[in-house]
Design a protein around this ligand. Structure first.
Ligand code: SAH
Length: 238
């Protein structure tokens, strides 16, 4: 069944509007009486029936809301150092499919790409990518794409555990450090194409982060975060 995110929610109804409505009408060609799944974007979902279609909105009669079963209980936030052109969108799309909860574009010493003045526009585009991927992959929420941070200024205090994927770490594998239960709020740091500088990793580990190896092969920056999301949620049974 097709899934839509809704904000305007009443006791037994909800309204689909905007881009979602265009998709519903023009692409899926749904009609009055058709059934849809709705997500409130905060982890709950329900089934509904289109009861009224008019220009600009579709009103849906909703059944009981319940927790969305596809939503992981553990919340993964990916601090992704800025990759080269176009890759961030792939990372957001795939991360959303894999269960990532939020992405923070991060500036580190070896980022080839600098954010530039039009970064706000890029953020808008990234948020749209997250929304589309969340719909496609039946997520119960749209992962947040947060504003850019500088690596050394990142606030780690809100996380239970922080893992830094570090190609220079030869001892601690992700699997091994996960033997210490990571808690529910987990942050992941992935370096840019040029990797992390040793002092960047040291600054993070001083704040409590754990440097981890993702194995004997060097993954591209766009692969590393995805591998971490998949492995962590697998290890946690999600
Ligand atoms: N230029 C670096 C590789 C950078 S890979 C070199 O040649 O050594 C980009 C990022 O992906 C790294 O900064 C790291 O965060 C992550 N990464 C890739 N492979 C990894 C591995 N085997 N273990 C841990 N992190 C890895």
């Amino acid at each position: 069944m097709n899934r839509f995110f809704v904000n305007d929610i009443g006791p037994d109804w909800a309204v689909i509007e905007g881009e979602d409505l265009k998709h519903l009408v023009s692409v899926l060609r749904l009609r009055k009486g058709d059934h849809v799944m709705l997500s409130d974007g905060r982890g709950s979902e329900c089934e509904g029936e289109i009861e009224h279609l008019e220009p600009g909105k579709a009103r849906v009669k909703t059944g009981p809301w319940r927790p969305c079963l596809s939503e992981p209980h553990h919340k993964l936030t990916l601090f992704q150092c800025l990759p080269k052109a176009g890759k961030m969108e792939t990372i957001i799309q795939k991360g959303t499919e894999l269960g990532m909860n939020a992405l923070v574009p991060t500036l580190s010493a070896r980022c080839v790409v600098q954010p530039g003045r039009d970064f706000d526009k890029k953020l808008q585009r990234y948020r749209k990518v997250a929304q589309e991927a969340a719909m496609q992959s039946h997520r119960g929420l749209v992962p947040e794409v947060l504003p850019l941070v500088e690596l050394k200024k990142a606030d780690l205090s809100i996380f239970d555990t922080v893992y830094v994927a570090y190609e220079g770490e030869k001892e601690q594998s992700l699997k091994r450090v996960m033997a210490d239960r990571p808690g529910r709020r987990i942050a992941l740091f992935v370096g840019p194409e040029g990797g992390f500088e040793a002092d960047e990793v040291a600054a993070l580990t001083e704040k409590g982060a754990k440097a981890v190896s993702l194995g004997p092969r060097i993954l591209r920056t766009e692969t590393a975060g995805m591998a971490m999301c998949a492995e962590i949620l697998f290890e946690l049974g999600e």
